[in-house]
Write a protein that binds this ligand. Structure first.
Ligand code: PLP
Length: 454
């Protein structure tokens, strides 16, 4: 048995007969008993990643004399089981909808350990958040300050809130850019119009004027799949600047800063993920530098929170498909590309079509000595953009019936899945210690028809 390297989950092994097991469970047996496609989650891997973020940030914060809370960003993939793994590892849960919030509550996550995001929170979302006493609502606009304060007053509670700001730093992939102005829907800009207060400062002042609101902190989330931690530092400094401006204006020292998620992972062999220790050091040293530059030398640093999603659950998951039609196609340059069709596609992984995202795939039911050929893994949907893996080398004898696994689909796979073509969504199976545990049931055509009112 040999361990499989990045980007495969921690417990992925290729056995002597060439087939693959994860969490001690043979993928061939998993497919035979439950069918494909199916998302397979390596519980140990997900928990290790959760711990790595908690430990890295706790250590960096302790060294700087402050503390951290790590929120798992549920939108990457949330189920009752996953929420329980995360809280067992000392993480809290971030939600962004009624469904995510209800799932976290169903998993018995302590309400004070739950956050609620959203640029357009509904009345039922705000109501459930306030009634169940969740730890924080992250306010995203000036109208929302009023909406949440009014709802809190009507319920006779005090709402713990953060104000989400946009720092002008947009990060993703290898780059970040810093711009003075924002043209996107999230948060409140830190950029002040000529001589005036920034929308972010105006919102903070509005929060402080409402006794029904308790200002916990300031929030910034700069992007996703970030591999260069420098952007986090720039954002940290910008938010520290707002905190200082609030203190000058009102005497209130905002206790906490949340610097969001977006920690990048390796999708392909040879890619280097963002290291949690490096990200932690960059963020915390930027906070300390900013405090020094702002003349806050002796004051304690604010408490920190972060919200990793993809980097905790993404690499822990793979999608298991069965190969169907295999078709060699002549390309424009006169070479051949082999189109390998699988029994899922853009309905279970929209990211290649949505973002041009790249993935890695291997045959996991056997080994092969056939020379590799250039392949494109495609789905079964009625769209030529229904591509799962753009370009991957697979053994030339790839054939119908082979099991194919696509790596790093634990985040934004099932959570973004659709039922396009009325294809039911795959289930999710957790594997650990040789045991396979279904944690989300496979959808059936009967499930889809149950919604059809005839
Ligand atoms: C999406 C999101 C996250 C998580 O992002 P990842 O890239 O999955 O780490 C965290 N916080 C907020 C506010 C988000 O929108």
């Amino acid at each position: 048995m040999t361990a499989m390297p990045t980007p495969w989950p921690a417990t992925a092994r290729r056995t002597s007969d060439g087939s693959v097991e994860i969490g001690g469970v043979a993928l061939t047996e998993l497919a035979a008993s439950g069918g494909t496609p199916v998302y397979v989650l390596d519980e140990l891997d997900a928990r290790e990643r959760a711990r790595a973020y908690r430990d890295a940030f706790a250590a960096a914060c302790a060294e700087a004399g402050t503390e951290v809370d790590v929120y798992y960003a549920g939108k990457a993939f949330l189920s009752v089981a996953v929420a329980r793994w995360m809280t067992a590892e000392g993480l809290r849960i971030d939600t962004a909808s009624l469904g995510e919030l209800t799932t976290a509550l169903r998993a018995d996550v302590a309400p004070r350990d739950i956050g609620l995001h959203g640029n357009n929170k509904s009345e039922p979302e705000i109501d459930l958040a306030l009634r169940s006493g969740i730890g924080r609502l992250v306010l995203d606009s000036l109208p929302e300050v009023t909406r949440v304060a009014d709802a809190a007053r009507a319920l006779g509670v005090r709402a713990p809130v953060m104000v989400r700001v946009t720092t002008g730093v947009h990060a993703g992939g290898h780059e970040y850019i810093s711009t003075a102005h924002e043209d996107q829907k999230f948060g409140l800009s830190l950029a002040a119009p000529d001589g005036g207060d920034s929308p972010a400062l105006v919102a903070v002042l509005a929060v402080l004027e409402r006794p029904e609101l308790e200002l916990l902190g300031l929030h910034s989330h700069i992007g996703s799949q970030i591999l260069d931690p420098a952007g986090f530092g720039v954002a940290a400094r910008a938010v520290m600047g707002l905190r200082a401006a609030v203190a000058r204006r009102t005497g209130v020292l905002v206790p906490e800063l949340d610097l969001g998620g977006g920690f990048g992972v390796a999708y392909l062999p040879g890619e280097v993920p963002l290291d949690p220790d490096r990200a932690a050091k960059e963020m915390v040293s930027a906070l300390a530098d900013a405090a020094r530059e702002l003349g806050e030398g002796d004051a304690p640093l604010p408490r920190l929170s972060i919200e990793p999603g993809r980097s905790v659950i993404g690499p822990a998951g793979v999608t298991l498909y069965t190969v169907g039609t295999v078709k060699p196609v002549r390309t424009e340059d006169g070479s051949t590309r082999t189109y390998v069709s699988v029994d899922g596609g853009m309905s279970d992984n929209i990211r290649p079509a949505l973002y041009g995202a790249s993935y890695h795939a291997e045959i996991v039911s056997r080994s092969s000595t056939a020379p590799a050929v250039r392949c494109r893994v495609v789905g079964k949907h009625c769209e030529s953009g229904d591509i799962v893996v753009h370009d991957v080398a697979l053994p030339g004898d790839v054939a119908a019936g082979d099991l194919l696994a696509v790596a790093v689909t634990g985040a934004y796979g099932r959570s973004m899945a659709s039922t396009y073509n009325l294809v039911p969504r795959p289930g999710v199976v957790a594997v650990a210690g040789g045991v396979a545990t279904p944690i989300v049931r496979r959808e059936s055509v009967a499930d889809l028809l149950a919604l059809d009112l005839g």
